[in-house]
Write a protein that binds this ligand. Sequence first.
Ligand code: FMN
Length: 209
Amino acid sequence: MTTATSQNISDIIRERHSVRKYDTNVKISREEIVEILEEATLAPSSSNLQPWRFIVIDDQETKKELRQIAYNQEPVETSSAVIAVLGDKEMFKNIEKVYRSSFDAGFMDEANMHRLIESANRTYPHAPEEVLKNIASFDTGLVSMQLMLVAKAKGYDTVPMAGFDKQKFMDKFQVSDRYMPMVLIALGKAAAPAFKTTRIPAVELIDFI
Ligand SMILES: Cc1cc2nc3c(=O)[nH]c(=O)nc-3n(C[C@H](O)[C@H](O)[C@H](O)COP(=O)(O)O)c2cc1C
């Protein structure tokens, strides 16, 4: 069983592993899932445009159906909830909202707000789709990682799963083309420890120049 024993970020990082066996008796409340997502979405993003959305699947029957879309991966059905992380290719629709919110919070003056809105509006909406997709996928990676660490800090376990039929997922949950389903993150409590993994030593990956 893996539970976070310390709030130390280094311990949390070292204790997180992809758990694939879940205690089916554990139910995580929607309130707690919202709390996890509130902290996860403090992740950084390109121009703070936050190109992500989440679909939380916590209904047992729906999880069972989703398991088939996810190539029969067991955690989809046995975890407490599955959080689908979607990338928003039209993150530029957040421009006004994001900078106005910073202004309202007193973090920038009005002139600066208008300058940033204009500058973002000059670039993002005209960027090629490939660029927008890359931004959305990069940033959803950041929010997903943060989600898994926040969950671990709260004593929960996760496994990220990109192994699912994206088109079938979009059809089932009526996801518009604006969004890209990136990853399903199973959330729950481990019923058996995750198998441990190793890493390529960082020193082999680093060039100091
Ligand atoms: C983008 C992504 C997709 C993944 N997809 C799956 C998946 O479909 N099924 C699965 O069991 N694990 C999946 N994993 C988990 C990896 O296998 C796991 O993170 C890796 O082996 C390292 O193990 P650890 O997470 O326990 O440290 C995925 C991980 C990432 C980052």
